[in-house]
Every structure is written in structure tokens, then in C-alpha cells.
Design a protein around this ligand. Structure first.
Ligand SMILES: [Zn+2]
Length: 107
């Protein structure tokens, strides 16, 4: 998870993938609550959630969209399928996905 202010990330919060999988991820709700408390203590807000696609392009999968519960966050996907990492950002307002070029749009 990424937290910060005014759509700028200042703090990176590495999370545990409780599925222990290379093909899917899920975060522990207790760990999420703990990180949200620490984010509040820093007077920051959730600004992004990042994960990698080891072998797929950097586009949200159907699972990514189904589990996208933070419309205020930029979903950052890092694809490692090419020689160099390829990064794309999206706002996910289920079921719609909007590529982000200039930050989160107000809604
Ligand atoms: Zn994904």
C-alpha cells in the first residue's frame, strides 16, 4: 500500500500476500487495519495500492477489479513480463477501469 498527501505517495507499506502465490494476492484484514492506523498517525491517506504481474501485461485482471475496494486509490501494476519493468496506473470504480495519466479524478 502507498500513503501520502494530495495524490503523492510518501510512504510505502509492503504487505503480506496471504495466498503465498505468484498468480494471486490477498491482504490480511488485520494487517490492513494496522496499516490504516499507522497511516492516520502519520496524517497521511491511502493514495495507492501496487502489485506485480510476473508474466502478464500491466492491466487489471478480472480478479484485480473484483477485489478493488478503494476507489480513492491509484492501482499501480508493475509487469515483469518484459526485459524491463512496465508500470501502469488505474482508478478502478467497479466495474469500470480508468487508466491514470494525471492522477485520480475527483468523483
Ligand atoms: Zn493484478
Amino acid at each position: 500500500m502507498l500513503s501520502g498527501k494530495d495524490q503523492t505517495a510518501f510512504t510505502c507499506w509492503p504487505m503480506t500476500n496471504i495466498l503465498h502465490s505468484h498468480n494471486a494476492f490477498e491482504m490480511d484484514t488485520g494487517e490492513i487495519e494496522d496499516v490504516f492506523r499507522k497511516i492516520r498517525e502519520k496524517e497521511e491517506q491511502l493514495v495507492g495500492i501496487y502489485h506485480s504481474h510476473p508474466t502478464a501485461p500491466p492491466n487489471p485482471s478480472l480478479e484485480d477489479i473484483a477485489h478493488a475496494n478503494y476507489p480513492e486509490a491509484a492501482y499501480v501494476i508493475i509487469s515483469l513480463s518484459d526485459r524491463s519493468p512496465n508500470v501502469r496506473c488505474f482508478q478502478i470504480l467497479k466495474p469500470r477501469v480508468f487508466p491514470l495519466l494525471h492522477g485520480i479524478s475527483r468523483y
